[in-house]
Design a protein around this ligand. Structure first.
Ligand SMILES: Cc1cc2nc3c(=O)[nH]c(=O)nc-3n(C[C@H](O)[C@H](O)[C@H](O)COP(=O)(O)O)c2cc1C
Length: 158
């Protein structure tokens, strides 16, 4: 079965709620999600177990939160071993225009350096789900769509 890691950081719960919905989308597509708080993720070698990675972060000064950046930095250990796997990102911010899209970009920049392939979107937020505060119904459905899209693509190309 296609295994997708949904990994997030969340201090006040908004990004965690999004992660749970992304995981539902993975399941809807017939994949197996692991929904993990980055603080509970063990050795980076574990990354090798997955077909795809969807990373979610609160917006901290317009970019991803430090615990996720720390995981990315430690993932140098598996550099060149993830090429051709699938990726995606989502983010939460406090205010509209507060940088949730730049946070998504800060994640996808790193995922691209790992050689991941990512779906684009014409029917949800352009770069992935970008919530302001607590995710509403629209964002919840976008999160499910993200999970399904990444899983569908992984099933096609892996
Ligand atoms: C250190 C810090 C920096 C933040 N920087 C921004 C920011 O640049 N723009 C913004 O809109 N919100 C910012 N916020 C607000 C959070 O992104 C927002 O509350 C988010 O929904 C929190 O997600 P969480 O509930 O998953 O922790 C910041 C919050 C903290 C604690």
């Amino acid at each position: 079965m296609t295994k997708i890691l949904v990994i997030y950081y969340s201090k006040t719960g908004n990004t965690k709620k999004m992660a749970q919905s992304v995981g539902e989308g993975v399941k809807d597509a017939g994949g197996e999600p692991d929904i993990v708080n980055v603080e509970d993720f063990g050795d980076v070698e574990k990354l090798l177990e997955y077909d795809g990675y969807i990373m979610g972060s609160p917006t901290y000064f317009g970019i991803l939160a430090a615990p996720l950046k720390d995981l990315i930095d430690r993932s140098i250990k598996v550099y060149k071993k993830l090429d051709g796997r699938v990726g995606g990102a989502f983010a939460s911010s406090g205010i509209q225009g507060g940088g949730n899209e730049t946070t998504i970009h800060s994640i996808t920049q790193a995922l691209k350096v790992h050689g991941l392939v990512m779906p684009g979107f014409s029917s949800i937020g352009h770069y992935g789900p970008a919530a302001v505060g607590e995710p509403d119904e629209k964002i919840i459905s976008e999160c499910k769509y993200l999970g399904k899209s990444v899983t569908d693509l992984a099933q096609k190309i892996r």
